[in-house]
Design a protein around this ligand. Structure first.
Ligand code: 3HC
Length: 284
């Protein structure tokens, strides 16, 4: 049974996974790179737990218990006793491979599972830098993790079916997620379908076919989507959107995955969406 997990990277996704796991009764150790980022990550989790209490989704006592199961470190070597570690750092292949090498060195349990929350980098490449590729899978969560019901389990030609089954059981039985399985191909299931749609909305806006508000209202009221595509781009982060699009384009060489010039320029200008206060919309 998995009782101790590690999360590498306490940002938007890492904090969300840590929160859900701690609420579910698992001890969670989050690694961030310095004290300031530890503080930001903890603030993010506390705010989300507070929101859950305010919305009547969580008892105050359970909020305290979840926080009591959460610890931080700045040293990857502290992951030594973890049974499952989920890497959730920025979509940078060099950084991720460096982390997988270090985790492989640090983790003592030969049965431990090494997972990545990457939305775009092949799991096979991360597995290949470890001495235990059969223990490496993708566990791709969706933002906001406490609210979104799905997890994509990404399997490789090297992953062991028993390891896949343990990762799936943890996500379903403990975290309460619905799991779908995908092979290790760019975009897996959801992003392979979602990203071309979002890029299409950026192209439509860039071509001046409709305003951002009308494009978003169109998809909210005409297709019952909870958020319009440009709001969703801002929510995901335009830098992440571009990174994912670039990886998909590189994988399939199909124009539908190419980053529209406007998206590229906005990222270069530092307009990254909600996280910087400005993207297709302005946030206060
Ligand atoms: N903890 C627990 N529950 C929470 C919560 C929290 N921190 N915050 C909100 N909730 C609950 C609320 O209580 C509410 O529950 P109810 O429906 O039972 O009342 C529900 O979640 C919705 O919350 P809100 O009312 O605050 O918010 P909205 O109704 O405005 O929905 C949203 C917000 C869930 C973000 C919605 O707009 C949405 O689903 N948007 C689309 C998100 C999406 O597509 N995400 C995927 C992005 S792609 C991705 O992540 C992949 C990556 O690889 C790029």
């Amino acid at each position: 049974m998995i009782e101790r997990i590690g999360i590498v990277g306490g940002g938007q996704m890492g904090a969300g996974i840590a929160e859900v796991a701690a609420k579910a009764g698992t001890h969670v150790l989050v690694r961030e790179i310095n004290a300031e980022l530890v503080e930001m990550s903890l603030t993010r989790i506390t705010a989300s737990l507070d929101k859950a209490v305010d919305r009547g989704k969580l008892e105050s006592a359970d909020r305290e218990a979840a926080l009591g199961r959460l610890d931080y470190t700045t040293d990857l070597a502290d992951m030594a006793d973890r049974q499952l570690v989920i890497e959730a750092v920025t979509e940078d292949e060099g950084l991720k491979t460096e982390i997988f090498r270090a985790l492989d060195e640090a983790i003592e349990d030969p049965d431990a599972i090494l997972a990545s929350n990457t939305s775009s980098i092949p799991i096979t490449r991360l597995a290949a830098v470890t001495s235990r590729p059969e223990h490496v899978v993708g566990m791709h969560f969706f933002n906001p993790v406490p609210v979104m019901a799905l997890m994509e389990l990404v399997t490789t030609v090297r992953s062991d079916p028993a390891v896949e089954a343990r990762a799936e059981a943890y996500a379903t039985d403990v975290l309460g997620k619905t799991v779908i399985r995908a092979k290790d191909r760019g975009g897996f299931v959801v992003n392979m379908l979602l990203v071309p749609y979002l890029l299409g909305a950026v192209r439509m806006y860039e071509a001046g076919i409709a305003t951002a508000e009308d494009i978003d209202t169109g998809m909210k009221l005409g297709a019952n989507h909870p958020m319009g595509p440009l709001t969703l781009c801002d929510f995901i982060g335009l830098d992440t959107m571009k990174l994912v699009a670039d990886v998909l384009f590189d994988e399939y060489k199909e124009p539908l995955y190419a980053s529209p010039p406007l998206l590229t320029r906005m990222v270069e200008a530092g307009l990254l969406g909600r996280k910087t206060g400005e993207g297709f919309y302005t946030y206060t």
